[in-house]
Design a protein around this ligand. Structure first.
Ligand SMILES: [Fe+2]
Length: 239
């Protein structure tokens, strides 16, 4: 029989082997990734995703909603020098060690900053985003469904999120993908799991153009996925 100490050591070793490594989120080299957190620039013109996502929505979504998450995250961290040294991902993966007084703010506004920073990069003007890589295709094939069935699964997931939240494809270090949803601005992190593709289904993401027709927005999203970015992120997370 192994002692508790040995068992803990073995668990720690196994976690070290399988834990997924953080991948730099921001393409912009001027965005440091820690305090003071900054709003990354959109990697395309605000109307570049039209007609699938309109420029006015992008302008408000990025310039107002995302900026507010950044500002409120910085406000929450202003009296916590130790937390200011941490990257956004470290903060969000370690929410249990964030003082209770600001934990909710870090979770919501830090999560909002992370999710939107990933979201902008995962979009590209229609026709310019490329195709899923062979590695991604084979990861999806492991789920045992056709490409059409998988698209339908994601559609049902995204249209079925009640209230405000996100629909995700997550990935493990071993390259296993999974569909899941989160509420509010929660990020689907796990010790061996990171978000690969996220779709914002808060009303602020689509209401100006699509009003209550979330289904049309979810269908339109498929036309503007930046597979080149997603392929590179998959490779980095599974290497
Ligand atoms: Fe949003």
């Amino acid at each position: 029989m192994i002692s508790r100490r040995t068992a803990l050591k073995l668990t720690a070793a196994a976690t070290a082997i399988t834990a997924i490594s953080p991948v730099r989120l921001f393409a912009d080299p001027n965005v440091a990734g820690n305090y003071p957190h900054q709003l990354p620039a959109l990697p395309y013109a605000k109307d570049a995703l039209e007609p699938h996502i309109d420029g006015r929505t992008m302008e408000i979504h990025h310039g107002k909603h995302h900026k507010t998450y950044v500002d409120k995250l910085n406000e929450a961290l202003k009296d916590y020098p130790e937390l200011q040294k941490k990257s956004l991902e470290e903060l969000l993966r370690g929410l249990d060690s964030v003082p209770e007084k600001i934990r909710g703010a870090v979770r919501n506004h830090g999560g909002g900053h992370f999710n939107h920073s990933l979201f902008w990069q995962s979009l590209a003007p229609a026709g310019s985003g490329g195709e899923p890589s062979e590695q991604i295709k084979s990861a999806f094939q492991e789920l045992g469904a056709s490409a059409e069935e998988l698209q339908e699964t994601f559609f049902k997931l995204a249209t079925g999120v009640f209230g405000s939240g996100w629909a995700w494809v997550t990935v493990t270090k071993a390259g296993q993908v999974k569909f899941e949803a989160t509420a509010n601005q929660d990020v689907p992190f796990g010790p061996n799991k990171a978000p690969l593709i996220g779709l914002d289904v808060w009303e602020h993401a689509y209401y100006l153009q699509y009003q209550n027709r979330r289904a049309d927005y979810v269908k339109a999203h498929h036309n503007v996925i930046n597979w080149k970015f997603v392929n590179a992120r998959f490779d980095a997370l599974t290497k």
